[in-house]
Design a protein around this ligand. Structure first.
Ligand SMILES: NC(=O)c1ccc[n+]([C@@H]2O[C@H](COP(=O)([O-])OP(=O)(O)OC[C@H]3O[C@@H](n4cnc5c(N)ncnc54)[C@H](O)[C@@H]3O)[C@@H](O)[C@H]2O)c1
Length: 232
């Protein structure tokens, strides 16, 4: 498949680590010009917190100015929040913090990127399989990713000329997942994807190769959610 991303101007948030970093590398391999926003400083990273409206607006304008506009925006900045904590012990502040980064942060990114995105632009948000299936101890995260899927559809119908889709991967071996699951990922009893796997899904949704695909959630979970309870 030809991605036709060579020369395109791409903005990736959360590009200092994990899936975002893999996306930065994958877009560069396709010949795209990539700008990065992250709260963690790094080589070529425009430092901003996606929950800080003014700082994010300024960082998006800086990256778009440097690249001469934007063709693609990828929202990888995200947090997992209090994974493994029962509802009874989870505070309102913890829920608010997860929603602020995973939902409001992605909303603000799209809002500030829109003036720089031309017709035919593509936005890829980071959802998760947690929008569709759940494990105990992840209520705030699951709620945030369900919101990303709904926001993807809402943005897709609101913004003519710009496609908005999201990827919804199952567990990916990144610093975030290592922080939550630890050594389990050294020899997992469940399928695990690499950040580069997700980057390829993002490339597809960012590319004109997916031209008719809009407002969709690409659930990539090795078929785990497809299994019915039927005993066969
Ligand atoms: N790792 C998984 O298993 C998995 C599965 C499905 C979806 N996701 C989603 O993929 C995205 C990336 O996750 P990852 O696993 O690569 O995590 P990661 O922790 O490796 O990387 C996340 C990056 O986002 C940045 N970031 C976090 N909060 C920020 C903020 N407020 N402002 C700016 N930057 C911020 C971090 O500095 C980091 O560089 C997240 O939205 C996550 O929910 C991850």
């Amino acid at each position: 498949m030809r991605t036709e991303l060579a020369g395109k101007a791409v903005l990736v948030t959360g590009g200092a680590s994990g899936i975002g970093l893999a996306c930065v590398r994958a877009f560069r391999e396709e010949g795209a010009r990539v700008g990065v926003i992250d709260r963690t400083p790094g080589d070529g990273v425009e430092v901003a917190d996606v929950t800080d409206d003014a700082a994010l607006a300024s960082a998006v304008a800086t990256v778009a100015g440097r690249l001469g506009g934007l063709d693609v925006v990828v929202a990888c900045a995200g947090i997992s929040g209090p994974v493994g904590k029962p509802v009874a012990e989870t505070t309102a502040a913890e829920v608010a913090a997860v929603l602020a980064v995973n939902v409001t942060g992605q909303f603000l990114l799209v809002k500030h990127a829109l003036p720089h995105l031309g017709d035919g632009g593509a936005v890829v948000l980071l959802g998760s399989d947690s929008a569709f299936t759940a494990a105990p101890g992840m209520v705030p995260y699951c709620a945030s990713k369900g919101a990303v899927v709904a926001m993807t559809r809402a943005l897709a119908v609101e913004v003519p000329g710009i496609r908005v889709n999201c990827v919804c991967p199952s567990v990916v071996d990144t610093p975030m997942a290592r922080g939550d699951l630890g050594d389990v990922l050294d020899d997992p009893a469940f399928p695990v994807q690499q950040a580069a796997d997700v980057a390829r899904q993002v490339l597809y949704l960012a590319s004109p190769a997916s031209r008719p695909v809009n407002g969709q959630a690409l659930l990539a979970d090795f078929g785990m959610s497809a299994r019915s309870a039927f005993p066969a």
